[in-house]
Structures are given as structure tokens and as C-alpha cells.
Design a protein around this ligand. Structure first.
Ligand SMILES: Cc1cc2nc3c(=O)[nH]c(=O)nc-3n(C[C@H](O)[C@H](O)[C@H](O)COP(=O)(O)OP(=O)(O)OC[C@H]3O[C@@H](n4cnc5c(N)ncnc54)[C@H](O)[C@@H]3O)c2cc1C
Length: 283
């Protein structure tokens, strides 16, 4: 039985996650599809060197792919490298990623790779570069707060790389990352322009109204196969409008007992979420 603090936090976190189990995730994916949103399912969990856990996360993604196909869910999965082996050893990670991508290929599904904090960036991009030429239905997340991203993007796009662009969720130091919000936003704009100019398939992963508006404008000039991607429970007002305007929109839906760290990130992004938490305690 979870303690009181965990239960109170969970009440707030529930808006951002599907629940504890794969069944919860499948149900919320159907709900998203009913709202004409595609689903991107992510089993929470990261930074694990534990081989048994790595194995079980990897197997869970294979099960998710089966269920997505069997239940004709419009959607896909997104995996965290350090959850399927990168925190243990890169060879194990590569082999697990290949297993997932091969399965996805037999199910005719797409796979996204999340981007984690900077110690994992190089290895994540290297393995993506190695694997995607054989499995074109594979995409990787790049972060606008990272100084190296422009160069990564310009390297991947001409080779057919598929990118989800986000601002970046992890605290990083000034050597590798832009620290000021305005610098991150300016870099996002610059990178998004490169995506529309040079990319074909890509994801615009943001809730920032100004950036979404800019993508709307760019999409008039460049007819690209892109989609907007937003997190479950954030800017639910914007999602139906984008759908009505004819854009493809995906909702990223995390689930699993490891919801606490994920929820802390969402709290950090917006002070008002702390109020939600306090209200859940007092109300
Ligand atoms: C589909 C998707 C996948 C992602 N994958 C990754 C990944 O692999 N690696 C990674 O580092 N990061 C990832 N992120 C997170 C991303 O890096 C940002 O941390 C997050 O999206 C917040 O940035 P923003 O672009 O929404 O802009 P912000 O400037 O943070 O927010 C813009 C506006 O959006 C709304 N908003 C944003 N966050 C919240 C919130 N928590 N609660 C309520 N309202 C909010 C507010 O109205 C805010 O003013 C992903 C994000 C999305 C949407």
C-alpha cells in the first residue's frame, strides 16, 4: 500500500501518466485515438544498470508493439536508451534496440528513441546513426538546449534521419548547453527552420504557443510530412485545434510505477503545477 505522500503526489501525476500498467497505457492510447490523436507510448524507467530490469523493460516494449498492432492503435513507442541497456553497456543497448526495432518492423510500426542527459548523447546518436540506415522507421529526439544539436541535425538530415525536436528536459551545464530560456527558444526556432527546409519526416515536440505558431507558418511554405507531439495532460486546449486544422498530432503517454521522477520534471517546468499539488493536499 503506497504511503500518504505518494498517494497525494500520484493524484497530481495522474494527469501526465496513464497509470501503473501496460493495460492502463493501452486504455489511454485508445482514449487518445478517440480524440484523433496518435499515441506515443513510453514505459517509464531510466538509468538502470540492472540486467534483469533491462530485460524486462525490453520485453515490455515488445509486448506493447504486439498490442498496438493487435488492437489497431494509431501509435508507436518511445524508448529511453538508459532503460534498455545504455547505463549498463553500449553493446547490450544496441542489441536490445535492434531487437525492438526488428519486432517493430514485423509489426509495421515506428520506434522513437528519447534523448536523455548529456552523458548519453554521443552514444545515443552513434547507435541511431548505425541502425537507422537498415531500419528507416526509427527516429531520435534532439534537444534545442544542447549546443551540439545543430551539428547533429545537419549530419542526420541529409542521410534521412528522422528527428523529434524538443527543448530538453534535463539540467545541463553551460559548457554543453544553453542555459537561458531565451537562448533555448532561439535555438529551437533555428533548428525548426532547418527541419522544415531540409527534413521530410519529423516531430515538433513542444507546448510553446509561439513555436507552434511558427511551425504552422513554416508548414505553409514547406509541405513536409511532420507531426506535432505533445505530452499527455499538457496544453489539452491546443491539441483539438491542431487536429481541426488538419495537422497530425501525437500524444506522448508515459506509464509505469516509476512515475515520480517524470512528474518532478513536469513540476519543475511550471511553477503553477506546485499549486496543483498543494491543492490536492488541502482539497
Ligand atoms: C512529445 C514530447 C517528447 C519529449 N521527449 C523528450 C526527450 O526525449 N528528451 C528530453 O530531454 N525532453 C523531452 N521532452 C520534454 C521537453 O524537452 C521539454 O522539457 C518540455 O516539452 C517542456 O518544454 P516546452 O517546449 O513545452 O516549452 P516550455 O517553455 O517549457 O513551455 C511552453 C508552455 O507550455 C506549457 N507547459 C509546458 N510544460 C508544462 C507543464 N509541465 N505543465 C503545464 N504546462 C506546461 C505552458 O503553457 C508553457 O508556458 C519531450 C516533450 C514532448 C512534448
Amino acid at each position: 500500500m503506497p504511503g500518504l505522500t505518494e498517494r497525494l503526489l500520484y493524484r497530481v501525476a495522474k494527469r501526465w501518466i496513464a497509470g501503473y500498467t501496460l493495460e492502463d497505457a493501452i486504455k489511454v492510447a485508445h482514449d487518445a485515438n478517440n480524440r484523433e490523436l496518435r499515441a506515443i507510448l513510453n514505459r517509464l524507467g531510466e538509468h538502470t544498470p540492472d540486467q534483469k530490469l533491462i530485460q524486462s523493460y525490453t520485453e515490455e516494449y515488445l509486448k506493447l508493439l504486439d498490442r498496438i498492432r493487435a488492437e489497431r492503435i494509431e501509435g508507436t513507442i518511445s524508448v529511453k536508451p538508459s532503460q534498455i541497456g545504455l547505463a549498463a553497456n553500449p553493446t547490450l543497448y544496441n542489441s536490445n534496440l535492434r531487437g525492438i526495432v526488428e519486432k517493430a518492423e514485423t509489426c509495421d510500426e515506428f520506434v522513437w528513441i528519447d534523448m536523455e542527459n548529456s552523458p548519453y548523447t554521443e552514444a545515443t546518436i552513434r547507435s541511431y546513426s548505425e541502425i537507422f540506415p537498415s531500419y528507416p522507421r526509427l527516429g531520435v529526439c534532439l534537444q534545442a538546449n544542447m549546443k551540439r544539436t545543430e551539428s547533429d541535425l545537419k549530419d542526420l538530415l541529409p542521410r534521412g534521419g528522422i528527428v523529434r525536436l524538443v527543448k530538453g528536459a534535463y539540467p545541463e551545464n553551460a559548457e554543453v548547453a544553453y542555459k537561458k530560456r531565451s537562448d533555448v527558444d532561439a535555438n529551437y526556432l533555428k533548428l525548426m527552420a532547418i527541419l522544415f527546409e531540409q527534413g521530410d519526416h519529423f516531430g515538433i515536440g513542444t507546448h510553446d504557443g509561439k513555436l507552434i505558431d511558427k511551425a504552422r507558418i513554416l508548414s505553409q511554405d514547406y509541405k513536409r510530412d511532420f507531426e506535432f507531439q505533445l505530452l499527455k495532460g499538457i496544453r489539452d486546449d491546443v491539441k483539438p485545434n491542431l487536429v481541426k486544422e488538419g495537422y497530425r498530432v501525437s500524444e506522448y503517454i508515459p506509464y509505469g510505477p516509476e512515475w515520480y521522477n517524470y512528474s518532478k520534471r513536469r513540476m519543475r517546468e511550471r511553477k503553477r503545477n506546485i499549486l496543483l499539488l498543494l491543492r490536492s493536499i488541502t482539497g
